[in-house]
Design a protein around this ligand. Structure first.
Ligand code: NAP
Length: 308
């Protein structure tokens, strides 16, 4: 039987992905929404001005999905878990690592499911890249994650405010894929973060990682790339080269070509339903640890002011 689910934060990603994906997932039915803007509603679905109001009025709803920006994540997630709800978190799962550790402990204490999602890991060719890399010796990885912030985040001020991550908002997607496909863990050894003189968060970043072998692993994130976005991971191994492109949608290597439709959010909601059924918690903080490391280890460079 379908579980009622409440969705908080009726903005870009809620409309682009969450609402259509919930509609297609037999495990859930969209039972209510919460958004501060009275016009941010979904036809035929009960709407509330806050998650607090929603939870008080509709104690029957067992699951909550949060599609708000990261700065708002902890308060709503803590509230929902405290009410004994199963909770699904957009990426990044919080504004700090400790917030998410606190949420995970609360979920376990309450005996409910908590799912920290990484939508890019669900892209069609990510698993193929992981399988291909498993038995090969890595020599080089070059991650290029470059897009036009004015096109992809029009007018979103939260991305430029502390906790909004700046270019790491898309960059953490690359790191979620990197941590899913590499056969052994890596750690950050060097980073440069370019901060516009009028903003709290970076517009570009260059990262270098070290793994257990001699492989050279680098990443470049840039939010001022105009034209088509570049969401690519080039891979070299002792046994040949490969490329994961389109944000994880396509994988190519000698004799291998994998591509598929975008079912990232459909897969996330299916997984959330499965976690609830199994009574499990899924929280992997590896992508967010690399971002936190970049902010602690990285050299800060002040660049031109950014205005829309
Ligand atoms: P958004 O449209 O700017 O924000 C989503 C909604 O959250 C807004 O409509 C707003 O609704 C509410 N909100 C905004 N700031 C808030 C605040 N400070 N406190 C409480 N609520 C607030 O953002 P988005 O692009 O959908 O992104 C939301 C999350 O999804 C982010 O974590 C992002 O990384 C992730 N995501 C986005 C995309 C994308 O393509 N945009 C893709 C994948 C994942 P009300 O004002 O009505 O409350």
């Amino acid at each position: 039987m379908a579980l009622g689910i409440a969705l908080a934060g009726i903005g870009k990603i809620a409309r682009d992905q969450h609402i259509p994906s919930i509609a297609k997932e037999p495990g859930f039915t969209l039972a209510a929404t919460a958004s501060r803007n009275p016009e941010a509603t979904v036809n035929g679905v009960e709407a509330f001005p806050s998650l607090d109001a929603l939870l008080s009025a509709r104690p029957d709803i067992p699951a909550v999905s949060l599609a708000t920006p990261p700065q708002a994540r902890f308060a709503d997630a803590h509230l929902a878990l405290s009410h004994g709800k199963h909770v699904m978190l957009e990426k990044p799962p919080g504004a700090t690592l400790t917030e998410v550790h606190t949420l995970e402990a609360l979920a376990r204490d309450k005996g409910v499911s908590l799912f920290a999602t990484w939508h890019s890991r669900e892209a069609a060719a990510v698993d193929a890249a992981h399988q291909w890399l498993r038995d090969r010796t890595l020599t080089r990885v070059d991650i290029q994650w470059k897009e036009d912030v004015r096109h992809w985040h029009p007018g979103q001020e939260w991305i430029w405010e502390a906790g909004g991550l700046g270019v790491f908002d898309p960059g953490i997607n690359a790191l979620s894929v990197m941590t899913a496909i590499l056969p052994t863990p890596v750690h950050l050894t060097k980073a440069r973060l370019d901060f516009p003189s009028n903003r709290d968060t970076p517009v570009a970043a260059a990262l270098r990682f070290q793994g257990s072998d001699e492989a050279e692993i680098t990443a470049e994130f840039d939010w001022l790339e105009t034209g088509p976005p570049k969401w690519t991971i080039d891979i070299e191994t002792s046994e040949g080269a490969a490329c994961l492109s389109g944000g994880g949608a396509r994988f190519e290597a000698e004799g291998v070509a994998v591509a598929g439709a975008d079912e990232e959010y459909a897969r996330l909601y299916k997984r959330f339903a499965d976690l609830i059924e199994a009574g499990e918690v899924e929280v992997d903080l590896a992508p967010m640890r690399h971002v936190a490391d970049a902010f602690t280890l990285g050299r800060r460079v002040v660049v031109d002011a950014f205005d829309w």
